[in-house]
Ligand binder design. Structure first.
Ligand code: DC
Length: 226
């Protein structure tokens, strides 16, 4: 699986606005872990496809556009960002257009297999930059990308609470519709991986979620060989 044994891999999966990003970012601020947001990868690919006028309804055009992408990684602080042909897509990855299209692009096998290889290789990036491990968030991290991760978490929250969180961030996003598409696709659907630690964050503050997760990460890091 290409997972260097000395690295601690923490997988955080969950639906839209379940608190994954805030939790993963806080963990990377507390521990020497590289933060990889795989939702941002799907969003960056979607933004670049939209920019080039490539439609998700034309899988052959998507596959051929992917051939023209050289993917790279820029690490700044404890965060890794995806570069496409040397460029990191900006705020457009959170636009309403990308919110609407991203689940459709993410359902295409060509997009998923491109990102599967790229995401597994993030373990090498973490090692090269001297991190003790990585915290990767997404939908299929504990089920497909790193099924042997040292810790696998699944965050969930009531749909009403998740819609409220997105609105509070000033974002126009149909979280329930994206979850429906992400859970029903054939390739790597959003699912609770067997053996993952499920946390319902509906009635928890971010600090409460982070402290539950951080306690387990600290314990694992203490045991983990360098
Ligand atoms: O985490 P997010 O809401 O930024 O993710 C955006 C979309 O990307 C999400 O609706 C589905 C897709 N995604 C995916 O299919 N697999 C992942 N590992 C991460 C995100």
């Amino acid at each position: 699986m290409g997972q260097p044994s000395s690295l601690l891999i923490v997988a955080i999966d969950g639906g839209a606005a379940s608190g994954k990003s805030s939790t993963a970012r806080s963990l990377a601020a507390c521990f020497p872990l590289l933060h990889v947001d795989t939702g941002a990868h799907y969003r960056a690919i979607t933004a670049e496809m939209l920019r080039r006028g490539v439609a998700y309804s034309d899988p052959a055009a998507v596959a051929s556009a992917l051939q023209q992408f050289t993917l790279g990684t820029r690490v700044s602080g404890s965060a890794a960002a995806l570069e496409i042909n040397g460029r990191i897509p900006g705020d457009e990855i959170r636009s309403p257009e990308v919110n609407t299209a991203v689940s459709h692009f993410a359902a295409l096998p060509s997009v998923r297999s491109t990102l599967l290889h790229y995401q597994r290789a993030q373990a090498d990036v973490a090692q090269k930059h001297g991190f003790r491990g990585l915290v990767m968030e997404g939908r299929d991290i504990g089920s497909v990308i790193f099924p042997d991760a040292d810790l696998r978490f699944f965050l969930h929250a009531d749909p009403g609470e998740r819609a409220r969180r997105r609105a509070e961030q000033g974002q126009q996003d149909s979280v329930a519709e994206r979850d429906r598409l992400d859970s029903s696709r054939k390739t790597a659907p959003l699912t609770i991986p067997a053996g993952a630690i499920a946390i319902d964050s509906t009635h928890l503050t971010l600090e409460e979620v982070v402290s539950k997760v951080a306690a387990l990460v600290e314990e694992k890091l203490a045991k983990h060989s360098r």
